[in-house]
Design a binder for this molecule. Structure first.
Ligand code: GUN
Length: 285
């Protein structure tokens, strides 16, 4: 079994991006990310801290806009419209979740697709359906998985890929990217009748639903490649994924640890998208 070391791959990506950012200086471009946070959700605060550290590491500018829990959808849209117009801002991110009274589709729709570094707008999500050539600003977690696949040179074409979880920000875009790379893709979710039937057939198994020990060793094929995208906090306060790591790792050919797998890759891909957006907004290839 080989560990898919997200921390190591992310570190390499960040180093490359730092060099790329310094190369943009001669073009008078200083990539800048604007982050909107509503309330003080502890998980969101922790994610945001990781993103801010990665910005510091790559010399990407960071500006955070904090709103109280009672902010309205209209107020958030107004801030986003200001940021759309601001030429010094290249990426706009609204940290999710937001309180229930905020209507997320309207908030996301307000983001200029060129600054949509989370890849959540219908425009960017729709474009990736066409082919790899049209994958542009891609949601960061699925992009991080594909970057790890590339880094470890894991073959995809013709493979059976099973994605467990069908969210708009992880499962659906990840399945689409595997399909673009000519895998045979199955997407399982909360309504799937016999999860193990599907997961046992997977050459590449990706799981991101947020349920501790959802995937046990008997549900995994020998030598499968396993990406654990879940993040759960155990009673002892430690983080774990959705896969029973101890037993599944004995069977898998490759597996991501949690923490240290998909998480750091997500953050690195946000930096990648921000640098990409800053270049494209300034017509640099
Ligand atoms: N909440 C959980 N994951 C994400 C993410 O990738 N982006 C944003 N904006 N919010 C999140």
């Amino acid at each position: 079994m080989q560990l898919l070391d997200g921390r190591k791959v992310a570190k390499e990506m960040l180093l490359k991006l730092k060099n790329e950012v310094s190369g943009l200086e001669i073009h008078h471009i200083l990539p800048k990310l604007a982050v909107i946070l509503v309330g003080k959700n502890p998980a969101s605060l922790s994610y945001i801290k990781q993103k801010q550290l990665a910005c510091a590491e790559t010399n990407i500018e960071w500006e955070q806009f904090d709103f109280e829990e009672d902010v309205t959808t209209a107020q958030l849209i107004q801030k986003i419209e200001e940021l759309n117009m601001d030429e010094t801002i290249h990426g706009i991110l609204v940290q999710l979740p937001v309180p229930k009274h905020v209507y997320v589709p309207d908030v996301i729709r307000a983001i200029d697709p060129k600054k949509d570094v989370d890849g959540f707008t219908a425009y960017n999500l729709g474009k990736m359906f066409l082919s790899t050539d049209f994958e542009d600003l891609i949601p960061c977690t699925p992009l991080g998985i594909i970057k790890m696949i590339e880094h470890y040179k894991i073959p995809v074409e013709g493979k059976e890929v099973v994605v467990v979880g069908h969210s708009n920000i992880v499962g659906k875009p990840l399945a689409t990217m595997f399909l673009n790379r000519n895998a045979t893709v199955t997407v399982c979710h909360i309504h799937t009748k016999d999860l193990a039937f599907h997961t046992k057939r997977a050459d590449i198994l990706c799981v991101g639903v947020g349920k501790i020990n959802l995937i046990t060793a008997d549900m995994v094929k020998d030598d499968a490649v396993v990406f654990d995208i879940g993040i759960n906090r155990m009673e002892n306060g430690k983080l774990c994924g959705d896969v029973d790591f101890e037993n599944v790792s004995a069977k898998a050919s490759y597996i991501t640890p949690v923490p240290g797998g998909a998480g750091p890759m997500t953050v690195a891909c946000l930096m990648l998208n921000t640098v990409h957006a800053s270049k494209r907004l300034n017509n640099i290839p």
